[in-house]
Structure formats: C-alpha cells, structure tokens
Design a protein around this ligand. Structure first.
Ligand code: NDP
Ligand code: 2IT
Length: 452
C-alpha cells in the first residue's frame, strides 16, 4: 500500500525551495498556485497518492544550450538559451520565447509552469512550455537579430515540432524574430509545418494573433465588470508596458469607451490626462515596432502628456489597471495605492506582474482581480487556433476568429467563476478559480496515464 503524501503547504513550499535553489520566480509561481490547490485537494486522495502537484511543479525537461553569433563589428558573442518543457499531459508543449537580458532558468521555469495552467484554461489541447535567451535585442541591427535567431534555431530545432513543442513570441520576440526562426527551421528540416505560431500572414500565420493577448485581457476585464453590472465605457484605465500586449489592450479599452491614461517601458511611464486615441496608439505601435524607440518620446509628440522617468504608473488614480509589461512590476504597496485610489478591477496582461504580497492585498480587498494565467490567455488561445488552421491547411476569416476569441475568454471567465466563487457570497476569487480549473484538467489527464 503506497503512503499518501499529505504534507502541509509550508513543508511543500520548503521542499520546492530546497530543490530549486536560486530560483525565486519559480518558487513564487508555485507558491501562488499551491496556496489554492492545497485547499482543493485536501479531501481528494487520488491527487495525493499520485503526487500530482509535485509532478506538475517539476518540468518534464529543461534544455539549456549555448548560442554563438557574430555582431556587425565581427565580434563573436556568446549567449545562453533554454527551452523548458513543463508538462504535455493535455497536448504538445506550447508557449512563447523571450529575449531579454533578465532571462534566467528560474524565469523560464515560472513561465512554463504558469503556461501549463493557462493553456488548460483555454479549453484547447495544449501543454505548457517556455523558452528564451538572455540576448538583448535592444540596439541590435536586423542582421544581428537574424544571425542570433538562426543560431538559436540551429540548436532548438532538435527539441520542437508541430506535434511536440510549438513556440511563439513573448517579450523581445515579435513578428520579425518569428520570421527568422521559422525560416531557419524550414531550411534545416526541409519541412513546412506549424512549428511556430505568431507567423506572418503570408506564411501560415493567423489573423488577430497579434491583437489577441491585449484584446483578450480587455474582454476578461469586461466579463468581470459585467458581474457587477458595470462596463469599461466611461472608466479610466492605467496600463503598463508599451509592447504588443499593452498597445492592444490600450486599443481595445479605447474602442470600448474607456480612457487610457498611461503606458510605460523600463525607463518610466507617460501620463496623458486627455486619454489616448487610436491615432496616438498607432503612433506608439510604429514607435515600438518600426523605430524601436522609447515611450518617453510620447510626451514630446503629444501636448499635455508628461513623462515620469524611473517610475511605474500605479500611483495614477484610475478605475481599471492592466499591468502588461513584466513579472513583479506591481508590488504590495502599489496594490495598496490602487485600492486606496478607488481602482475597481485589475486584469493582468503580463505574466505574474503582481508579487505575492500584492496578490494577497487584491484578494483581501475583494476587488475584481484577474491573474495573468486567466486574463492573458487570449494570445495562446489564438496560437492554438493557428495550429488548427496549419494542420488543416486552411485560414479562417477574421470575424470567425474574433468570435472565437470572445467565446474563449468568456469560457475562461466562467471556469474561474465555477471554481472561485466564495461560498454564500457573490465575490469571485479569480486566482483560486483559475488555479483550480487549470490544475484539474491537467491533473485528471495525468491520473489517466498512471505513473509516467
Ligand atoms: P514586448 O516585448 O512587446 O513588450 C514588453 C514591454 O514591457 C515593453 O514596453 C518593455 O519595455 C516592458 N518591459 C519589459 N521588461 C521590463 C522590465 N523589466 N521593467 C519594465 N518594463 C519592462 O512584450 P509583450 O507585450 O509581448 O509581453 C508583455 C508581457 O505580456 C510579458 O509578461 C509576457 O510574458 C506577457 N504575455 C505576452 C503574450 C504575447 O502574446 N505576446 C501572451 C501572454 C502574455 P522596454 O522596451 O523598456 O523593455
Ligand atoms: O505567455 C504567453 O501566453 C505567450 N507568450 C504566448 C504563447 C503562445 O504560444 O502563443
């Protein structure tokens, strides 16, 4: 008779810390999930016997490799890259690739772990993975980025495949980088398959993939507000970041009648008291994607706007907040400030932007608070739809994809409500709901497989 694993939460977390020294982001992500899952599995012996949570919190594998490339001056540069394949119980590994100097194994392990729950929540058959490199694309020429991407793929191609592991974009990886990586994969393997998503429309990409994460996070916000008879129209929004997710969140909030007051990057934030218009947002997209400039330029371009160097935007009074830049960009005191200033809803476009202290504060204040794994799942969901289109060798129409994105976000919201509603109250703990709904699907598939 096997002995079941009824350790308490603290003992479990201590074990995670011991097994993952120097990986604070990974430990943080596991702790946030474990806080809810321990409650849920308390009386469910099968999950204990099979050690399901312990197994999900141990990646299937982590591939680490060297990437050499030559810069424009002829110098040889050496970077480190990884692919973390966390769990493929419900489908091929799926998740983005990040290029940023802050990328470490810990960051990618946390992202692959989160992705496992997020992908399950979409209802589509995708496992969880993440990859990336400490390569800094800022200030690099197109040629340098191309040589780096090709060199990375020359190693990565061994571990991925349309039915094995399907990477996509993330911070520092957009259409340009996906094009270079897909081209190299195709060249090495002589195969045209849907091995990456976020591709250009000319070579197998899906309509609305670019917009999907920011739009999806806004739809999730809309769904949450609806439970209180409220809407985005007429409300002010503070958004961080100014990349793919932030600009498309700003666009959708604006389209739905909200007033976007801020955007940011790693150097500070811009505050526009008049609110952003579609023209201003288009200008930011062009600034970031074509000129690869800094958000501070916004304040020089648009009258009345101010740039606040070295600051995050959480001190600006607002009704709605959408953190769309990076992990741990919104801390406990920022959560206090937002709550004190009357913020009614937070929808995370980024992955784990709020630290544990902040999460606990939002939960305690019972404001509408959606964690990234629920709110930003629209991006990977449309990636899943891109995979389906590639497998069937067809392209769906824009209206169909827009409808599917709206439906998928409503479905995720419903799953969070189902598992997150506080007994005897109307309040929904979206963190708990997302964690349990995501966990249950993956865990039940793992139970079906036995010990593998
Ligand atoms: P982009 O590279 O397009 O933009 C990233 C933005 O965040 C930039 O404005 C960048 O500023 C800012 N940023 C990055 N790192 C930091 C930092 N350490 N401190 C402050 N600001 C920072 O990335 P995305 O918009 O694609 O990604 C943003 C977030 O959304 C990430 O958490 C990502 O994991 C998540 N996400 C992305 C999805 C997608 O489909 N792209 C899907 C789901 C989640 P700067 O230019 O100064 O670096
Ligand atoms: O964090 C994420 O969900 C992404 N970066 C998108 C992943 C994907 O495979 O589209």
């Amino acid at each position: 008779m096997a002995v079941s694993d009824h350790v308490d939460l603290n003992t479990f977390i201590e074990g995670v810390k011991r097994r993952n020294p120097g990986q604070p982001e990974f430990v943080q992500a596991v702790q946030e999930v474990a806080e809810d899952i321990f409650d849920f599995i308390q009386d469910k012996e099968a999950y204990h016997q099979a050690q399901i949570l312990r197994r999900i919190a141990e990646p299937d594998r982590v591939v680490s490799f060297r990437v050499c490339w030559q810069d424009d001056k002829g110098n040889i540069r050496v970077q480190r890259a990884w692919r973390v394949q966390n769990n493929n119980a419900i489908g091929p590994y799926k998740g983005g690739i990040r290029f940023h100097p802050s990328v470490t194994e810990s960051v990618l392990k946390f992202l692959a772990f989160e992705q496992t729950f997020k992908n399950a929540l979409t209802g589509l058959p995708m496992g969880g993975g993440k990859g990336g490199s400490n390569f800094n694309p800022k200030g690099k020429s197109d040629g340098e980025v191309m040589r780096f991407c090709q060199s990375l793929m020359t190693e990565l191609y061994r571990y991925i495949g349309a039915d094995i592991d399907v990477p996509a974009g993330d911070i520092g990886v957009g259409g340009r980088e996906i094009g270079y990586m897909f081209g190299q994969y195709k060249r090495i393997t002589n195969e045209f398959t849907g091995v990456l998503t976020g591709k250009g429309l000319e070579y197998g990409g899906s309509l609305i993939r670019t917009e999907a994460t920011g739009y999806g996070a806004t739809y999730f916000l809309q769904n949450m507000l609806k439970t209180q008879g409220k809407d985005i129209a007429g409300h002010t929004a503070v958004i961080s970041g100014s990349g793919n997710v932030a600009t498309h969140a700003a666009e959708k909030v604006t389209m739905l009648g909200g007033k976007v007051l801020t955007l940011s990057d790693s150097e500070g934030f811009v505050y526009d008291p008049d609110g952003m218009t579609q023209e201003k947002i288009d200008w930011v997209k062009e600034l970031k994607n074509k000129r690869r400039g800094r958000i501070s330029e916004y304040a020089k371009e648009f009258k009345g706007a101010e740039f606040h160097a070295g600051k995050t935007p959480w001190g600006v009074k607002c009704d709605l907040a959408l953190p769309c830049a990076t992990q741990n960009e919104l801390l406990g005191p920022d959560a206090d400030t937002l709550i004190r200033n009357g913020c009614i809803a937070v929808s995370e476009g980024a992955n784990m932007p709020t630290n544990l202290d902040g999460v606990h504060k939002f939960k305690a204040a019972e404001i509408l608070y959606a964690p990234g794994k629920a709110a930003n799942a629209g991006g990977v969901a449309v990636s899943g739809l891109e995979m389906s289109q590639n497998s069937a060798r067809i392209s769906w129409k824009e209206e169909e994809l827009q409808r599917l994105l709206v439906d998928i976000m409503a479905g995720i919201h419903a799953r969070c409500e189902e598992y997150g509603k506080k007994p005897g109250s109307k309040v929904v703990d979206y963190v708990k709901g997302a964690n349990i709904a995501g966990f249950k699907k993956v865990a039940d598939a793992m139970l079906a497989y036995g010990v593998v």
